[in-house]
Design a protein around this ligand. Structure first.
Ligand code: AMP
Length: 550
């Protein structure tokens, strides 16, 4: 293992690295830095998020800058504004002990005139998003004719985000003599095509599996039914009271729904997706970075460039469409030497995708069970007690109020007081989880874990003649009970009436709910029905209950 000094870096840079707490180079730094110092050959680097790739390309560039010229010498392209800002910030930190280094991040959504002014003054390193970079080239404000290094950071993400045309334009505006450094976590066809078209016999390096992020991440999955996905997410969050993580969704719609539900259910959560304005995004990110939010619900694209080092969990609410994106998602935890957990909530149908991901990351997922309501209540209770135990008391602020408070509570002894404080914080949890079902589904067959004996069979005077089908009945039950985590069993539709089964814990609630219920002006009766003697004669199939939300 070499040191930063062995890699040929200057004292100024080593000083800054020491200050940042970088003790030794990461594998990608060990390979890329000497290559960029000693050779003008293009470089194709396989490097995942969190491998230390920013330092890998920027340190040797910094140490080879020519301070006599005013034109930009390096252009670093990054998929998002946040990542561009982050890279520029990192470079400034690396250059802290160097004089005259000017780095500028250029990105859309902020004043172009200011960026032009800064460029005019002289900037050696430009970090840009593809769109704004093209804009500046077109306006003839960014001259890339004297560029020595062109870095494509997270090339796969840039192409995923549809920046192919912009990348082509930028590459065409740069001289042939430059050294192109391409960093990508994955190498799908589109990235290979860019490499083939624009790079000249590149040297290939890889940080392999030894990236500092991936090693610290454990991968877990929970097998549930689709309609229980949200309830499962809540339980995962509840069993981890100190969770600080990102929940990845596949679409903007899903992101909004999950975030809205979490907020309504009292979680410290918010959404990050493409429909937000830049100002709204900034607010959400700031709240998340400062830990005012515990859970950020995001799409893959929106979360790019969000550099938060101490995330405890990544939750794949749904697995990504592109298997490679899983690496990007999970690479957001387990950073800077910390441990992280990447969780996938999957249905039986998604098992295959999970196996493809396992092959892709060369790691096995461990199956976990969605915790029971009781386990969650226990965890939450002890977490609360620990917090009470450890809370710092601000004597000065509360002393004035205490005499009155003591007086009000003087009737209670110690035990009674503890019971009351615990109940105050805790009753909501207890009642939510009072009748909580097992949400896990069998690995091989996606069906309810409840046995036939666990259901009550009901009669309802609605049938096929009323143009009611199983889905309508499920919708009606969902709506009337106002919950979507109650297990529904078999449904048997007959002409004039039907039978349905519900988790027997909800027998009274169901009877009560359907009392005085009218459907299209007709009084509807719901009554307990006897179960047929032999199950094999029962014609009704167990239907999947659709959730109202998704
Ligand atoms: P990057 O892949 O460039 O986003 O870096 C991921 C994280 O690792 C950042 O928080 C860096 O500050 C940190 N990092 C990069 N190189 C090193 C190093 N040699 N030693 C310790 N931390 C590092």
């Amino acid at each position: 293992m070499s040191s930063f000094k062995d890699l040929g870096l200057s004292q100024d840079i080593i000083k800054a690295l020491n200050k940042l707490g970088y003790e030794k180079p990461t594998p990608i730094q060990e390979k890329a830095i000497p290559q960029i110092f000693n050779s003008k050959k293009d470089l194709k680097a396989f490097a995942q998020t969190g491998t230390g790739k920013t330092a890998a390309f920027s340190l040797p560039i910094l140490d080879q800058l020519d301070f006599k010229t005013k034109d930009p010498q390096a252009i670093i392209l990054s998929p998002t504004r946040e990542l561009a800002i982050q890279i520029a910030k990192n470079i400034n930190e690396f250059a802290e002990s160097m004089d005259h280094v000017n780095v500028l991040a250029v990105y859309g959504g902020s004043n172009i005139e200011d960026q032009i002014k800064r460029l005019r003054k002289g900037v050696q390193i430009v970090v840009g998003t593809p769109g704004r970079t093209v804009d500046l080239i077109k306006r003839k404000r960014l001259n890339l004719q004297n560029i020595k290094w062109l870095v494509l950071d997270e090339a796969d993400e840039m192409l995923n985000m549809g920046f192919k045309e912009e990348i082509d334009k930028i590459l065409e505006a740069t001289p042939d003599s430059k050294q192109t450094l391409l960093f990508s976590a994955t190498f799908p066809r589109e990235v290979e095509a860019i490499a083939k078209h624009y790079m000249n016999q590149p040297v290939e390096i890889s940080a392999g599996k030894k990236n500092i992020g991936a090693e610290n991440v454990s991968h877990e999955y929970y097998m549930v039914s689709d309609r229980n996905r949200y309830a499962s997410l809540k339980r995962i969050a509840d069993i981890n009271p100190d969770i600080y993580g990102i929940v990845f969704c596949r679409t903007r719609r899903e992101t909004k729904d999950v975030a809205t539900n979490l907020i309504t259910d009292g979680y410290n959560a918010d959404a990050l997706h493409g429909d937000l304005s830049q100002a709204q995004r900034d607010i959400v990110m700031q709240k998340f970075r400062s830990k005012h939010l515990q859970i950020l619900v995001a799409t893959d694209v929106a979360a790019r460039g969000l550099d938060v080092t101490d995330l405890t969990h990544i939750i794949n609410y749904k697995l990504p469409d592109q298997i490679e994106s899983y690496t990007h998602r999970s690479g957001r935890t387990g950073r800077a030497g910390k441990k992280g957990i990447s969780i996938a909530i999957i249905t039986n149908k998604e098992k295959r995708t999970l196996q493809s991901i396992e092959r892709n990351i060369n790691k096995k997922f461990e199956q976990k069970k969605i915790p029971s309501g009781k386990a969650i209540c226990e965890k939450q209770l002890y977490s609360l007690i620990d917090k009470v135990h450890d809370i710092e008391i601000n004597e000065k602020e509360i002393n004035d109020f205490l005499p009155d408070v003591y007086k009000k509570l003087e009737d209670f002894d110690r035990e009674e007081l503890i019971k009351r404080f615990v109940s105050l914080e805790f009753n909501q949890f207890l009642s939510y989880y009072e009748n909580a079902n097992d949400l896990n589904v069998d690995d091989s067959r996606q069906r309810s874990r409840l046995s036939d004996d666990s259901f009550t069979r009901f009669y309802i005077n609605l049938g096929k003649i009323d143009k009611v089908n199983a889905a309508h009945l499920i919708g009606l039950i969902n709506e009337k009970l106002g919950k979507n985590n109650i297990e529904i069993g078999k449904i048997e539709l007959l002409n004039n009436f039907s039978f349905f089964e519900i988790d027997k814990n909800y027998t009274d609630e169901t009877l009560e709910t359907f009392k005085n219920f009218k459907h299209k002006g007709r009084k509807i009766f719901v009554e307990i029905a006897e179960k047929p003697k032999s199950r094999s004669k029962f014609k009704g199939k167990r239907k999947k209950r659709r959730s109202k939300r998704y």
